[in-house]
Design a protein. Structure first.
Lengths: 93, 422
């Protein structure tokens, strides 16, 4: 599964989000791949899911599901919002 | 054979690639992950260097324009561009200071009660380069520079996050994450001062910011607009024939727009490069620190604060721009004019706004932002004479990170005691 994380500023919060998601996936027995990008670079990248900081999630128009994250530090938020999507993806395989 | 090894170690892209590879091997990653990670680190680093040359080449005509127009030196505060630009001469020192300061950070976190692991990659990199530059200016190179630079950086990785933590706790409501940002001292101080003058009852989050301003959240757009305005305005004051020579006959407005855009493109390429090379290095570092330091607290980049008070972030940024412009105007009376550094004002202003709001509501955010913008630019203007970057072929750029500037000034003062003149 390929997850794209996006931050507006471009300096690395998307990387933090990606690391958090990958750690969480691993704890639950899943291996996910991904890339951390900023808003401009995110357009046109093929992926299965997009996870973005809430402040720019609205700026992303894509056919792929976009999940906004309000609190980057809240592991619970990632578990509530992203984990179900990961499970869905692997169940469908 | 020895010269081959030395050559590899003298090429920062390859050295960092090796460091990443070692980190990934230690973490028992798969063979394909190790190859991917290593190559991405190398590509990312070279991309960063390319971005840097684009930035520097677009700033050269601008410095000439500014000099001719106002008879002053115009400077933009941007650490990453400086760091990238000196890699050809200080790449080794930078790479090893980056590595050893991280190791010293881990050791200090392990043996003291301050468990902060500084993980904001691009800042680890730019601080290492700043150490290398400062020591180089003081006549210290090679192994000695690496030793001194890593020690100073390693200690700073603990001290600054520790100092900022009370404010982070107040904003985030928890103590699991720290603030790893070379500007944290000013952001916290400005936020605190603004907060003291504010009213906690009126939170900034109760205000609605018009959606139409949302496009400004995309940094490249914001920077593009600001730089174009600066370039075009400056071009109006340049002698006609000097202008004609710079543009090669092109219309000065078209020229300005293209040059300003080229600058932004350079930043975008550089950032993409940074993201790529750090995208492999930082997870490796994080993995290693977690194994060695129980209870490690990652000290992370400033955007962690934004989601706790998004409106305060915007208010803080807008006020920082106003404060910054004030400092720019004052700096016109000094030999060096510090032009509005959009990146710094955005990130730091936003942070000061959030902290200001947590202590003193919307007024806290506003005053915090104003103070931040003003002081941030002013400090750059005042500290500028301490380090000269022309020797590295850099024009029109200077350091932005307030904490790094404070450390550099202290280093220079200590140097005076040892007879190293400024």
């Amino acid at each position: 599964m390929f997850i794209l994380t996006v931050c507006g500023m471009g300096f690395g919060t998307s990387l933090m989000m990606l690391m958090e998601i990958q750690d969480m996936a691993k704890r639950n027995g899943f291996e996910v791949e991904g890339e951390a990008t900023d808003l401009s670079s995110s357009k046109g990248k093929a992926c299965d899911l997009i996870v973005a900081g809430s402040e720019i999630a609205s700026e992303i128009s894509s056919e792929t599901t976009v999940i906004p994250i309000y609190n980057l530090l809240d592991k619970q938020e990632f578990e509530n919002k992203v984990l179900p999507k990961i499970r869905e993806y692997f169940d469908a395989l | 054979m020895l010269s081959f090894i030395t050559e590899i170690l003298s090429t920062p892209s390859l050295t960092l690639g090796i460091i990443t590879a070692i980190g990934l091997i230690v973490l028992r990653k798969s063979g394909s992950d190790i190859i991917k990670g290593t190559l991405k680190t190398i590509f990312g680093f070279i991309m960063l260097q390319q971005g840097s040359s684009i930035i520097v080449s677009s700033l050269v005509p601008f410095s000439q324009m500014f000099e001719n127009a106002f008879h002053l030196v115009g400077v933009v505060a941007e650490d990453n561009a400086i760091a990238a630009a000196v890699q050809t001469v200080l790449g080794i020192e930078t790479s090893f200071i980056l590595l050893f300061s991280f190791l010293i950070n881990i050791v200090l976190a392990r043996i003291t009660k301050w468990k902060y692991i500084f993980l904001t990659g691009h800042m680890m990199f730019s601080f290492a380069a700043t150490m290398a530059i400062t020591l180089d200016q003081m006549g210290i190179h090679g192994g000695k520079a690496i030793l001194i630079g890593s020690s100073i950086q390693g200690v700073c990785c603990i001290i600054f996050p520790a100092a900022a933590q009370p404010f982070v706790r107040k904003v985030t409501g928890n103590d699991n994450v720290g603030f790893g940002f070379w500007g944290s001292s000013l952001v916290c101080a400005a936020g605190w001062a603004g907060g003291k003058l504010g009213n906690k009852e009126h939170s900034s989050e109760d205000i609605n910011v018009p959606k139409k301003l949302d496009f400004l959240k995309e940094m490249s757009i914001l920077m593009g607009i600001v730089m174009m305005v600066i370039y075009i305005l400056t071009s109006f004051f340049v002698d006609k024939d000097v202008m004609a020579e710079l543009t090669g006959g092109q219309n000065s407005i078209t020229f300005s727009v293209i040059q300003a855009s080229t600058f932004v493109v350079g930043i975008l390429v550089l950032l993409q490069g940074v993201r790529m090379f750090l995208g492999e290095l930082i997870p490796a570092f994080k993995g290693i620190s977690e194994k060695i330091v129980p209870g490690a607290k990652p000290a992370l980049d400033i955007p962690i604060l934004y989601s706790f008070a998004p409106t305060a972030t915007t208010i803080g940024f807008l006020c920082a721009v106003i404060g910054g412009l004030g400092a720019t105007l004052i700096s016109t009376m000094l030999p060096t004019v510090v032009l509005p550094s959009v990146i710094g004002l955005f990130f730091m202003g936003g942070g000061a706004g959030v902290i200001g709001n947590s202590i003193g509501g919307r007024r806290g955010a506003i005053i915090g932002g104003l103070l931040l913008g003003f002081l941030f630019q002013l400090i750059v203007a005042l500290a500028y004479p301490i380090i000269g970057l022309e020797g590295y072929g850099i024009q029109g750029l200077w350091f932005a990170s307030t904490d790094a500037i404070i450390v550099v000034v202290l280093m220079r003062l200590v140097g005076l005691l040892f007879g190293i003149s400024i």
